[in-house]
Design a protein around this ligand. Structure first.
Ligand SMILES: NC(=O)c1ccc[n+]([C@@H]2O[C@H](COP(=O)([O-])OP(=O)(O)OC[C@H]3O[C@@H](n4cnc5c(N)ncnc54)[C@H](OP(=O)(O)O)[C@@H]3O)[C@@H](O)[C@H]2O)c1
Length: 430
């Protein structure tokens, strides 16, 4: 016996139109497996005259998103408009009306998630957002359900396909940052204004969501320490390769020994032997470390209309099941948490200096490092191509505190033998 569930869709862009395509193309498969017929209901858009994929029935299009939410024939709402408003108000209205909501909106969940979770819990309906992190990778469900009882120590993700594409081009084709960015823009991986991706804002929102789910903690986008990749140079990448590392933009959420959380986004040197090092191009992956489960990694398409819509369909089926069963899946109630400042975190570092090439210089530099309890694990030296008595010295340090490393940089800047301080990168897993 089939049960029909009518889906109201807000937004019909990359994700919305892919969703309509899947629901139309795979209706029988879904019905066969689940007993649910997911019917495409009204679809809200900005422009009803714009060109749409053929699966989209024009007669279903409307300007009035509010009317889609209020439509009594609509059982479940999908929000794929993006941004905070009107998405937030539309979702709150749907939840209050007892309609489950599925959204792909990371910005919304990472900034006002708490308000939405509370509204869903008090209405007793589902609010699902698998597609908001890692696109097609079923990551949220894994963390919420399969790992619900796991003591997770750390989640480390490559969660932004644009920056991973750029870094891959810099690594494999020796492209400069601007060449790689231009290629990403040409291929449609990067926006004309790439700030949200390359400066780590997109990854920061995802890190906040990952932290909330993995640790049941209230973390918003603004809590996340953030550095992007725009300062990474071709020589940094080459040095990293020589030392056995690749540079990746990582989103890290971890629980420290005293229970504090640390959540951050920054580029890091990843050992080539680490599973995350092999995640190339625009692919995403999330590496999870848990007390009992050990290490776990998920790999896939973190963006793109179809992969993202695939995650939305999974959520829709869950929401429809629960609705028909007269219930709700797991509700979320993240608790307040103490966040550790980046200043108090320790890491090994890669430090790139340009120094005047004359006797005694290294002793001066090493002295400055030593005075700030930053100890050297390895060092490489290169004469610079233009000669002129300058040399490039690259250090990998042992684990040191961020605060100490910053103080050390301040002292190094004051030395007249130091001509330039280049990139400072954290080194993963040491
Ligand atoms: N694209 C991806 O790969 C991806 C991956 C993961 C998550 N997401 C998330 O999914 C969401 C949608 O992304 P997208 O790439 O599909 O965006 P998009 O292509 O820009 O589509 C947005 C859609 O919303 C419609 N819209 C905008 N304002 C509206 C309003 N006030 N009322 C009704 N409709 C409105 C637009 O209408 P018109 O078509 O008429 O302009 C368009 O169809 C975002 O939250 C995004 O972060 C996207």
């Amino acid at each position: 016996v089939e049960d029909s569930v009518r889906v109201g869709i807000l937004g019909c862009g990359n994700v919305g139109s892919a969703l309509v395509t899947i629901l139309t193309r795979d209706a029988d498969v879904i019905a066969g497996r689940t007993g649910l017929r997911l019917e495409v209901g009204p679809v809200a858009v900005r422009s009803t005259t714009r060109e749409r994929p053929s699966a989209v029935d024009r007669r279903l299009l409307t300007h009035d998103a509010g009317a889609v939410v209020a439509d009594p024939s609509v059982d479940v709402i999908v929000e794929v408009i993006g941004g905070i408003e009107p998405a937030r108000t539309l979702i709150l209205t749907a939840l209050k009306a007892g309609k489950p909501v599925v959204t792909a909106n990371k910005e919304l969940i990472a900034n006002v998630g708490q308000e939405l979770f509370e509204a869903a819990a008090s209405a007793g309906v589902d609010l699902l957002f698998e597609a908001a992190v890692g696109g097609g990778i079923p990551l949220i469900r894994l963390l919420r359900e399969s790992l619900a009882g796991e003591r997770i120590r750390r989640v480390t993700g490559i969660v932004n396909g644009t920056t991973n594409f750029i870094l891959t081009r810099m690594t494999e084709e020796q492209a400069t940052y601007s060449e790689a960015l231009a290629e990403a823009q040409q291929l449609g991986y990067a926006e004309r204004d790439p700030t949200a991706d390359v400066e780590g804002y997109d990854a920061g929102a995802k890190a906040a969501i990952l932290a909330s789910i993995a640790f049941g903690a209230r973390v918003v986008a603004g809590d996340v320490y953030r550095e992007g990749i725009s300062a990474i140079t071709a020589p940094d990448i080459a040095f990293a390769a020589r030392l056995g590392y690749v540079v990746k933009l990582l989103a890290v959420a971890e629980q420290l020994d005293d229970g504090d959380l640390a959540v951050r986004v920054h580029p890091a040197m990843v050992p080539v032997t680490h599973p995350l090092a092999s995640v190339r191009d625009s692919f995403n992956a999330v590496f999870i470390e848990g007390e009992s489960v050990g290490e776990l990694m998920l790999y896939g398409r973190g963006a793109g209309g179809m992969p993202t819509a695939s995650a939305v369909v999974g959520d829709l089926i869950d929401a429809a099941y629960n609705l028909r069963a007269g219930g709700v899946g797991r509700t979320l109630n993240p608790a307040p948490v103490r966040l550790r400042s980046i200043d108090d975190l320790t890491s090994a570092y890669y430090l790139d200096l340009e120094v005047i090439d004359r006797p005694g210089v290294l002793a001066q530099v090493a002295g400055a490092l030593g005075r700030h309890a930053v100890s050297i694990r390895s060092m490489e030296q290169d004469g610079l191509p233009e000669g002129g008595g300058a040399a490039r010295v690259v250090f990998i340090t042992h684990a040191a505190r961020e605060r100490d490393v910053q103080a050390c940089l301040t002292e190094l800047r004051s030395l007249d033998v130091v001509a330039r301080i280049g990139t400072l990168l954290r080194v993963l897993g040491s």
